[in-house]
Design a protein around this ligand. Structure first.
Ligand code: ATP
Length: 503
């Protein structure tokens, strides 16, 4: 894990143009952020990699882009208007509201996820917990709904909602996708898009915001289907740190397990295991260090109103192990609810069993901004003095792939030709100011995987030097081969094999 605190990472992200606090010129706006020039590239790379992996590279997943504002009926049916709430506690003097579970967790350093209002009230009383802002006594706990209402049109009575999750748009469009796309079970519908939650205390930079993006798949399977033919050997043998419900009840730490052993012990159904493994491997293959990840089973008391079982992928953030990704078995809950509330059938004809049925659903749910924070944090490395930062982002998601430098300004004209040639195919940066060492450091800091220097020898040998960010090794490559070599490097091929190593 990198040593950087979340505060320092926030400062770094702003200074380098990754992420800024939103509305800053007006004093800021808690829970909202703007992505800067480098941030938008990194975020787009994450989203397009996810879309390619989970939608375009597969035949069984179909993409949609649903509306952000949706009718009250959708959220009544899904249960969000009644159950999508957090518990808050108000100060009797300063009237500030606090999220009750976070307040208790901060004061008592214990996990109270899923405890009800009575239990939390008791903890506050027994431990004499006061308002963190003015130290006065706290009132009784109340429930606070997280959905954002919006007025649509001119009537004050026409209240709709900003979507609290992308999932409900997938369920409400389900029948249209089935009718228009000739789908066959099992299949999934995927969506990337904004979601909004009126979080009581947004905090920890991008971790908990009021406006964020999700990348979600609802994967539909036959209700009785237990076997998952897609489970691969790599997934079954996948080893990871796991915290079961039992371990949490008995206050034990996570331990290493294999995916196959969780299936054998019936802790996980095969389809659920498949999607957990598929998602876990997405993070790993894009460079997240495995020691910083674990899978955690939700305890019975914290399960969401729609879930039959949920497993999160947690990341070891500087503020502790927290959810990066959630994977719920939603059963038939949502489709049945929409069938009941809309009066429209959500049954589909299954060619294999020759029956009409309502599928059950496994939901892999990724947060774009939490993934962004995780990739940024995991990649951040600084030397002991904290002077030189190297952002070791995987080259597939790095915002800028290549930087081109003339060794001295006299060589500008020649180096610029190389830069303009590469710019047609790669996201490139041109940098001609300062010493070469300074330019390497600037490139490392924003995660550019490869830098190219045009020097005096280049005039004769028509070659340039490529430097690898992570090892600082250098190779000499012919300019005419440059594009081909860079393509190979960005695909992850071995650096030393692509040119003559400079000793
Ligand atoms: P938490 O318990 O941290 O509030 P959650 O269990 O409510 O999260 P889900 O409803 O499972 O979250 O949402 C799926 C994913 O969406 C999360 O794993 C996370 O990556 C992202 N997400 C949820 N809420 C937020 C938020 N307020 N800010 C940023 N990302 C979020």
């Amino acid at each position: 894990m990198s040593e950087v605190s979340i505060e320092d990472l926030t400062v770094f992200a702003k200074k380098k143009g990754f992420v800024y606090p939103s509305n800053e010129i007006y004093g800021g706006f808690a829970g909202f952020y703007d992505y800067g020039p480098l941030g938008v590239e990194l975020k787009n790379n994450l989203k397009s990699n996810w879309w390619k992996t989970f939608v375009q590279n597969r035949d069984d997943i179909f993409g949609i882009d649903g509306s952000i504002i949706s009718s009250k009926k959708i959220w009544e049916a899904s249960g969000h208007l009644t159950s999508f709430a957090d518990l808050i506690v108000e100060c009797s003097k300063c009237k500030n509201n606090h999220r009750a579970d976070h307040l208790i967790e901060d004061k008592l350093a214990m996990n109270v996820e899923g405890l009800d209002a009575n239990a939390l009230n008791k903890l506050i009383k027994d431990n004499n917990i006061k308002c963190p802002d003015c130290k006065s006594s706290l009132k009784e706990i109340k429930s606070f709904n997280l959905m954002f209402p919006v007025q649509v049109g001119t009537s004050k009575d026409n209240i709709a909602y900003l979507r609290g999750e992308t999932a409900q748009l997938i369920f409400s469009v389900f029948k249209n996708v089935v009718d228009s796309s000739r789908v066959k079970l099992p299949f999934g519908i995927a969506q990337i898009g904004k979601a909004f939650r009126n979080e009581i205390s947004p905090r920890n930079f991008l971790f908990r915001t009021r406006e964020f993006e999700q990348m979600e798949i609802e994967y539909f399977i036959r209700p009785k289907e237990k076997k998952c033919p897609l489970l691969s050997k790599r997934q079954l043998q996948l080893e990871f740190q796991f915290l079961s419900e039992q371990d949490q009840v008995k206050k034990r730490k996570h331990k290493k397990v294999k995916m196959s052993s969780l299936i054998n012990k019936k802790l996980l159904g095969e389809w659920h295991a498949y999607w957990l493994a598929e998602s876990y491997l997405w993070f790993i293959d894009l460079g997240i260090k495995e020691k910083n990840l674990r899978i955690r089973e939700h305890t019975k008391q914290e399960l969401s109103h729609y879930s039959l079982g949920t497993f999160d992928i947690d990341y070891n953030f500087p503020f502790g192990w927290k959810e990066l990704y959630g994977n719920a078995n939603r059963g038939q809950y949502d489709l049945k609810q929409h069938m009941k509330f809309s009066g429209k059938s959500m049954e589909i004809f299954d060619e294999q069993t020759k029956q009409r049925l309502i599928p059950k659903v496994i939901e892999p749910s990724f947060g774009v901004d939490r993934a962004f924070l995780t990739f940024l944090y995991d990649a951040y490395e600084s030397d002991k003095k904290g002077g030189n930062v190297v952002l070791k982002l995987n080259s597939q998601i790095a915002p800028i792939k290549i930087a081109v430098f003339p060794l001295v300004n006299k060589l500008d004209e020649h180096a610029l030709k190389v830069y303009l040639m590469l710019k047609k195919d790669f996201v490139c940066k041109w940098d001609r100011s300062g010493s070469i060492g300074r330019r390497y450091a600037r490139a490392d800091e924003i995660g550019i995987p490869y830098t190219i220097t045009y020097d005096f020898d280049s005039l004769d040998d028509k070659s340039v030097t490529i430097r690898d960010r992570d090892t600082t090794k250098q190779i000499r490559v012919k300019i005419e081969d440059l594009k081909k070599v860079l393509c190979k490097l960005l695909k992850g091929e071995k650096f030393e094999k692509q040119g003559k190593l400079i000793k």
